[in-house]
Design a protein around this ligand. Structure first.
Ligand SMILES: [Zn+2]
Length: 249
């Protein structure tokens, strides 16, 4: 009987702990990151684009980076692919020549915030200031004025979606199903298998060119571009994908 009591106690403790953890997680999600859940169905947030032709958009966050970005540019060139790079202002300041090379090679540059600070994107005024700061910097360095915003961490301050229209930029997320979380460096073959199994025209694929060692990302990209080209896919920037949607291509 004593054994049973101990087991019951242990079970109660484990259940209480699990409940506490679940509550903590829910509190974090809904207070600190209140717009993540609602954003899933926001009509003004771009995630998948409706196109009839086989085309997808590869996107890269957190650069420019002298290692990751340059290695990715090489693979894109090898497959004659165009992509979109969501750049962070502090990185553009550090590596302006890498940012210029991205623009020179015909890729699109998007805005990923000047400071890449999640808390800034919980407050509309601070978020807009950060966006404008990065927009001006990217324009002065590369000559491109970004029309696409991917808020760092997907954080959306109240009113940011509405004011994006007014300030002339689109908010772009990514196709949820295709997020391999490459920043955690899962093996390239596993990432590529996942992407190839779930690929559909109009998807926006998310990767990272900054934020650490990117060997697995570069290999994944190479494998995916190789295979998808054989299947007849084109690799375009997000603006090109949106243009195709407007013309129902
Ligand atoms: Zn990021």
């Amino acid at each position: 009987m004593a054994v049973i009591i101990i087991k019951k106690r242990t079970l109660c403790m484990v259940l209480t702990l699990l409940l506490a953890l679940a509550l903590l997680f829910a509190t974090y999600q809904f207070s600190y990151h209140p717009r993540l859940v609602q954003s899933v169905n926001q009509p003004h947030i771009i995630r998948d684009v409706k196109v009839t032709r086989k085309a997808v958009a590869f996107t890269f966050d957190d650069g420019p980076d002298p290692q990751g970005t340059l290695a990715i540019l090489k693979v894109l060139k090898k497959h004659q692919a165009k992509a979109t790079f969501f750049m962070v202002g502090t990185q553009v300041r550090k590596y302006p020549e890498v940012a210029r090379q991205v623009a020179r090679e015909g890729h699109e540059i998007g805005n990923h915030g000047y400071h890449h600070n999640y808390r800034t994107y919980c407050n509309l005024e601070q978020a807009l200031h950060d966006i404008k700061l990065n927009e001006a910097l990217i324009h002065s360095i590369t000559g491109q004025r970004p029309k696409l915003l991917r808020p760092p961490g997907g954080f959306l301050a109240d009113g940011l979606v509405e004011s994006s229209q007014k300030h002339g930029f689109n908010i772009v997320f990514w196709s949820w199903i295709q997020d391999t979380k490459d920043w955690k460096n899962p093996p390239a073959h596993r990432q590529a298998e996942h992407i190839l199994r779930n690929i559909k025209p109009g998807q926006i694929l998310i990767f990272h060119d900054g934020g650490g060692e990117r060997t697995q990302t570069v290999e994944t990209l190479d494998m995916c571009l190789e295979r998808l080209a054989v299947e007849g896919y084109r690799f375009v920037t997000i603006s090109e994908l949106l243009r195709m949607e407007r013309h129902l291509e």
